[in-house]
Design a protein around this ligand. Structure first.
Ligand code: PLZ
Length: 449
């Protein structure tokens, strides 16, 4: 394993000449529908650094979209996955099983909220986990309807496209979509007409009213929500919203599913973001951070719900691949040993302090301002608006700021239904020096743009 110096280094234009050459080859052979935020070609990555083929070292505030929370070459992940790779790469758990799969399910039962008996099934991607949560909830309830929320994101497969709110780029031209999906309001405090204080209960009442009047609770198999909405703009549902939805689900025999694919595994400073309001989901979907960069996903939940599908009803060739399971065990070991929940909380403290200072410093900028700073742990975002009164989204500003950061060797991502949110998802193991240097770059991007 290579130790990458934890220092930013920009030695060429970004992207550099070698990356540009590769980008030309890529454009010739890789399908145009697959994009890249920043076309610098990676050769090594670890800690808070991504090193490119031109020898630049970029500070990573993206973690490959909230995946490499333990870093992209964490010692325990590399050690365990390499050992597994040498022993065997695959048998297919549905043909002859192996211990790693069981160990991951044991860890999930222990780490996820609630002390009821739990079971898990493992898959390859987040979208696959969400699809399977729907299958399981339908088998358990013998109902069909699925309720999701405004600004929600759940994947790119056919069923999960239907569950996802935003048309462009996720759904446009790709229909028809799966039926029996219903979308209701979410408690987006910053944009709630009567203000953030009233948002939680009012949004819950609207959502519950719509489900009751338009769908009928007795038809609903599952309600699926991200405890912090990720692609939709790092929206934390206003306090009181999720508990009210959970109560409604419990009262009506509906399976409550927390999609913690982006927010889970220490990202928000807790093992799972739903713990923040003491929520115990019936099912929880996980992926991304679970396995330190190897493709693994899971559905975990109440044993009686998880056991509802008939034997043989769940599976897939690669689901719970042994190398990915070994990676997950290494990732969980790292999270425990290095107290990554504590690290995430410290990242929040530093980031929110610095971003609040920037919000004030650039409050009189005439083209755009920071309307809202939000998120938890190392899942932090700023929402950019043209002015504080109309809150008109400023997506051009988000794009320009991201571009300015990229040019200085800082990887940042945008998100949000209106494309006006700049989001920060550093690896939880990033050093404080790099974190502050990244924030310096964001600050100078504001001054420049
Ligand atoms: N549920 C909450 O955040 C993946 C998508 C990036 P997969 N989010 C990043 C993109 O543009 O494709 C995500 C998520 C939540 C489900 C998913 C889907 O996870 O592993 O990408 O399928």
């Amino acid at each position: 394993m290579t130790e990458i110096p934890q220092e930013r280094r920009v030695v060429t234009a970004i992207p550099g000449p070698k990356s540009q050459e590769l980008q030309a080859r890529r454009t010739a052979t890789v399908a145009g529908g697959v994009g890249s935020v920043l076309p610098v070609f990676t050769v090594r990555a670890g800690g808070g650094i991504i090193e490119d083929i031109d020898g630049n070292r970029l500070i990573d505030f993206g973690s490959g979209i909230a995946v490499t929370s333990v870093g992209a070459s964490a010692e325990a992940v590399v050690r365990r996955a390499s050992a597994q790779l040498a022993d065997f790469t695959h048998t297919c758990f549905m043909v002859t099983p192996y211990e790693g799969y069981v160990e991951v399910c044991e860890a999930l039962a222990e780490l996820t909220p609630g002390d009821h008996p739990k079971k898990s099934a493992l898959f390859n991607s987040g979208a696959e986990a969400v699809e399977n949560a729907v299958k399981i909830a339908r088998a358990y309830t013998k109902r069909q309807a699925v309720v999701v929320f405004d600004h929600g994101y759940h994947g790119r497969t056919n069923l999960t496209m239907a569950l996802t709110a935003k048309n462009m780029p996720y759904k446009h031209g790709f229909g028809p979509f799966a039926p029996e999906i219903y979308r209701v309001p979410v408690a987006y405090g910053y944009r709630w007409p009567t203000g953030p204080e009233n948002c939680g209960p009012e949004a819950a009442a609207q959502a519950i009213d719509q489900i009751t009047k338009q769908v009928g609770p007795e038809n609903v198999a599952a309600i699926i929500i991200e405890p912090v909405l990720g692609e939709g703009g790092f929206i934390e549902p206003a306090k009181g919203f999720m508990p009210a939805i959970v109560k409604f689900a419990n009262d009506n025999g509906i399976v409550f599913v927390a999609d913690e694919i982006q927010s889970g595994f220490c990202r928000t400073g807790q093992w799972f973001a739903c713990e923040d309001e003491g929520i115990v989901p019936d099912l929880i979907t996980t992926a991304k951070g679970i396995a330190g960069g190897l493709p693994l996903a899971a559905v975990t939940g109440r044993a009686e719900i998880m056991d509802a599908p008939h034997a043989g009803g769940l599976g897939g060739t690669y689901g719970g691949n042994p190398v990915a399971c070994a990676g997950a065990l290494g990732s969980i070991e790292t999270m425990r040993e290095q107290d990554l929940n504590g690290k995430a909380k410290r990242i929040e403290e530093i980031m929110k302090g610095r971003l609040a200072a920037m919000q004030e410093k650039f409050a009189h900028n005439d083209r755009f301002v920071i309307g809202d700073i939000r998120g938890r742990g190392a899942m932090i975002a700023i929402e950019l608006v043209k002015d504080l009164v109309t809150k008109e989204p400023a997506p051009e500003a988000a794009g320009a700021l991201a571009k300015a950061c990229h040019a200085e060797g800082l990887v940042v991502l945008t998100c949000g239904t209106y494309g006006n949110v700049l989001r920060f998802l550093p690896p939880l193991v990033i050093g404080e020096d790099l974190l502050n240097e990244g924030l310096d770059i964001i600050e100078s991007a504001f001054a420049q743009v």
